[in-house]
Design a protein around this ligand. Structure first.
Ligand SMILES: Nc1ncnc2c1ncn2[C@@H]1O[C@H](COP(=O)(O)OP(=O)(O)O)[C@@H](O)[C@H]1O
Ligand SMILES: [Mg+2]
Length: 220
């Protein structure tokens, strides 16, 4: 489903990713492990087509996304990818409900279709707050769950989670693991950047990939 070929990303004279090669099959659950600064978030944001690589290519379902013009990249992301950024990227002045429905806006659904979609994702990942609450007033854990719910709203095949349990208490982290099992059973392809040891023993088949200083390595 994802083929990454010689992917390099530089920021000025600093190289955050060094010619990374990686292939991920449809339905796989892949844990991307590595210390802070090893390049995990950079890799996820390139796969999500949120920034462009310096060189190399990313194929998602055979579509090369590295050089897509920005509006095509946005459309591709909306239709195929659910991304939960490390810093959530919620719109602070909008309600929980409005933040979750954002990926549904370009899909042209009716208000009742939107409403049933939102109820469905909330049943998968309860926020524990009335959905009319404004995003800026939420706790870190609540914001994290809203960002996860938003990533599921358009029912994408590929889910990218960046440090998804960093702000969750142990109960909610356990609930996230249950969510992962459900998403895996639904056939989703899942990539999780994390250094949380809670992912060391998941009750589902996973592959762990280690990153160090912008490279994929055999072990940490
Ligand atoms: N926009 C940017 N400008 C400059 N340096 C960046 C930028 N984004 C990431 N980096 C650098 O790239 C390296 C990898 O960062 P990141 O991908 O966030 O790592 P991780 O998610 O594993 O902690 C870090 O040294 C970081 O400072
Ligand atoms: Mg990161």
């Amino acid at each position: 489903m994802i083929q990454i070929q010689k992917l390099t990303k530089t920021f000025g004279d600093f190289t955050a990713l060094h010619a990374v090669d990686l292939a991920i099959k449809k339905g796989e659950v892949v844990i991307l492990n590595g210390v802070s600064g090893s390049g995990k978030s950079t890799l996820l944001s390139l796969i999500a087509a949120l920034q462009k690589p310096t060189s190399g290519e990313i194929l998602i379902d055979q579509t090369p996304i590295a050089k897509l013009p920005q509006h095509h990249a946005s459309r591709f992301r909306l239709e195929h990818i659910g991304f939960t950024p490390q810093d959530f990227k919620l719109i602070p002045t909008l309600s929980i409900y409005e933040n979750i429905l954002l990926p549904l806006v370009p899909l042209g659904l009716s208000p009742s279709q939107i409403d049933s979609r939102i109820r469905e994702v909330i049943s998968l990942i309860p926020i524990g707050k009335d959905l009319t609450h404004t995003a800026k007033d939420l706790s870190g854990g609540e914001k994290q769950r809203v960002a996860i719910a938003r990533s599921l709203a358009a029912d994408p095949d590929l889910l990218l989670f960046d440090e998804p349990t960093a702000n969750l208490d142990s109960g909610n982290a356990e609930r996230f693991l249950t969510l992962l099992e459900k998403l895996h059973c639904m056939g989703k392809t899942i990539l999780i950047a994390t250094h949380d040891p809670i992912f060391d023993h998941l009750p589902l088949p996973t592959r762990t990939i280690y990153m160090r200083q912008g490279r994929i390595v055999d072990a940490l």
